[in-house]
Design a binder for this molecule. Structure first.
Ligand SMILES: C[S@@+](CC[C@H](N)C(=O)[O-])C[C@H]1O[C@@H](n2cnc3c(N)ncnc32)[C@H](O)[C@@H]1O
Length: 204
């Protein structure tokens, strides 16, 4: 069941709703590695079912060591993970680890990792994805820019750290207002914002 929690700004067309999982299930494929994403793996399938999202393609911005990437790889034919693999000012680990991470994830045949920042990737990608995940540096500008593209190029985009980084939540709200996407928030495990394309779930 999903219920309303927060009205948007007076000028906004959207409202932030609490996302409430109906069913929680641990995916089959998991990787035992450090991640602040731990805990979210049990709600991903429920999100896909509740919002009726396709299972062909997923794009992720912010792979780091691959925890969320491997979780998402359970549900899509193909997943592309974009990251500088250098870390950022909010990550504990900084320094290049592309080769090591690529080798670790090489057993998952449906995962493709790309070493790039989102700024160089998005102008050259015109694909539409079933699902997108944004978990990069947790500043407003980057989350908004990358997240707007992710939302406009997918049926459903999720954003990690809406509770631990207010700037991420603010960017998600502004993207929903800019696009007319439905907006949900799951307040656990540092917060997960969920934007659903109105083609999938029209506004009332
Ligand atoms: C919080 S970590 C991602 C955590 C990961 N999703 C997980 O499951 O543990 C953020 C990642 O975003 C990457 N990143 C930061 N800014 C980026 C940018 N502009 N483009 C691409 N990746 C970026 C960092 O290199 C870092 O690996």
């Amino acid at each position: 069941m999903i219920k309303e929690i927060v009205k948007g700004k007076p000028s906004s067309r959207t409202e932030m709703l609490i996302y409430e999982p109906v069913s929680k299930k641990r995916p089959e494929k998991m990787i035992n590695i450090f991640s602040a994403w731990r805990g979210l793996e049990i709600i991903i399938e429920d999100i896909l079912v509740q919002f009726n999202i396709g299972r062909e393609s997923c794009i992720e911005f912010g792979v780091e060591f691959g925890y969320s990437t491997v979780v998402l790889s359970n549900f899509f034919d193909k997943i592309i993970g974009i990251d500088t693999f250098e870390g950022d000012k909010h990550t504990f680990y900084r320094g290049g680890h592309f080769d090591k991470t690529k080798a670790r994830l090489s057993i998952y045949e449906n995962i493709t990792l790309i070493k790039s920042d989102y700024q160089n990737w998005i102008p050259n990608d015109t694909n539409h994805y079933d699902f997108a995940h944004v978990d990069i540096v947790h500043d407003y500008k980057e989350t908004y820019e990358c997240g707007l593209w992710a939302a406009q190029n997918s049926d459903c985009a999720i954003f990690h750290d809406t509770e631990s980084f207010p700037e991420v939540k603010r960017a998600v709200i502004d993207i929903a207002n800019a696009t007319g996407y439905r907006m949900f928030n799951y307040p656990f495990h540092f917060g997960l914002g969920i934007l659903v394309n109105p083609n999938i779930m029209p506004l009332d």
